[in-house]
Ligand binder design. Structure first.
Ligand code: ADP
Ligand code: CP
Length: 314
């Protein structure tokens, strides 16, 4: 039987920190990602894709802010939906095109997805999710003062605005995503972690202002669709211990025990590698294989020849 892989693609792979946020730049990055994903499909894997939206949703908020005298501002959950919509569109189109180049005609569909969170989540008191572009410390502090933002340093790469990132409780429509996948479709879902919503006392859903971590939602999605492999594609080839220090060490295939030990030591930053490793460990604990690697090495990493790989039994 074909192996099922959930691929979580980083928002930074769609827009790199030093690139201008033009549509053309993002489309080209998505095209390159889809070229790799199409090769994975060609290898015979069943694929479900999720993606980040940190840079994009931050830019949408900034556009709104700059235009607030002219057009009313929308809440953050709606901005999340906007980013999911435009990234889903680019991905759906690029993947169809890249599959066609390989002579494949799998059905591809992008599903606008809501993810349930709790309004009581402690994340609302401690924002950790970096969004938008990077600033110098001075510029970030100025913007924080002017606009009431909370800003934090992001893994040695500069300063960014941060927003609350509650834990996903459930992916709404995960059963539909699973059955489409089982029928051979490639589904793009829960982009940007999914649009954050909470369930009210009467059972109805309502939007919540937050940005969910796509690695955490991807982990939930991977369990929901009974994936064999959960693969997180980002902008580093491997996970490191002592990251950014002279003695940093790249991690290849590691045991669950080793991964947990490094996480307990605080080796992985909140808002970047932290949620990736937490999700990878969770997935491996449930018996699956978790892989964290760079986009360009995704197919090698699936074969165990690149990236950081965590499995229950070594
Ligand atoms: N221990 C670590 N090993 C590798 N990368 C790390 C580590 N800690 C923090 N990082 C940072 O995590 C970043 C990837 O996380 P993030 O920016 O959230 O990616 P994405 O947008 O691709 O999901 C890397 O670019 C790196 O700077
Ligand atoms: N929503 C989310 O996790 O986005 P990034 O992957 O861009 O940080």
């Amino acid at each position: 039987m074909a192996q099922k892989v959930v691929i979580a693609l980083g928002g930074n792979a769609i827009l790199q920190p030093k690139q201008q946020a033009t549509y053309e730049n993002q489309l080209e990055n998505v095209r390159k990602s889809c070229e790799v994903i199409a090769r994975i499909v060609k290898q015979g894997y069943e694929v479900v894709i999720t993606h980040g939206n940190g840079p994009q949703v931050g830019n949408i908020l900034r556009q709104q802010d700059e235009a607030k005298e002219v057009v009313p501002q929308f809440p953050l959950d709606v901005c999340s939906a906007e980013s999911q919509g435009f990234i889903g569109y680019m991905m759906d189109q690029c993947l169809k095109n890249e599959l066609q180049k390989l002579g494949l005609n799998n059905a591809v569909t992008s599903m606008l997805t809501q993810t349930e969170v709790s309004r009581e989540d402690p994340a609302f008191q401690n924002p950790t999710k970096p969004i938008g572009v990077f600033y110098s410390e001075e510029e970030a502090n100025r913007l924080a003062g002017d606009k009431g933002w909370i800003v934090k340093e992001d893994a040695g790469r500069g300063w960014r605005r941060v927003v609350p990132s509650p834990m996903p409780k459930s992916i709404i429509g995960a059963d539909v995503i699973g059955s489409l996948t089982n029928q051979g479709a490639i589904v793009i879902a829960a982009g940007g972690g999914g649009i954050p919503v909470s369930r009210q006392a009467d059972g109805t859903l309502v939007g919540v202002e937050a940005v969910i971590d796509k690695d955490r939602s991807g982990y939930q999605l991977a369990q929901d669709v009974h994936a064999d492999v959960f693969m997180i594609l980002t902008d580093v080839q491997n996970v490191f211990v002592n990251y950014g220090k002279p003695d940093q060490k790249s991690l290849g295939t590691i045991s669950l025990k080793e991964a947990k030990q490094y996480a307990d030591e605080g080796q992985f930053s909140a808002g970047s590698m932290g949620p990736k490793m937490e999700s990878a460990i969770g997935f491996a604990e449930k018996g699956g294989t978790a892989v964290i690697c760079s986009l360009d090495q995704a197919d090698l990493a699936l074969d165990g020849k690149a990236g950081t790989r965590i499995t229950q039994d070594l």
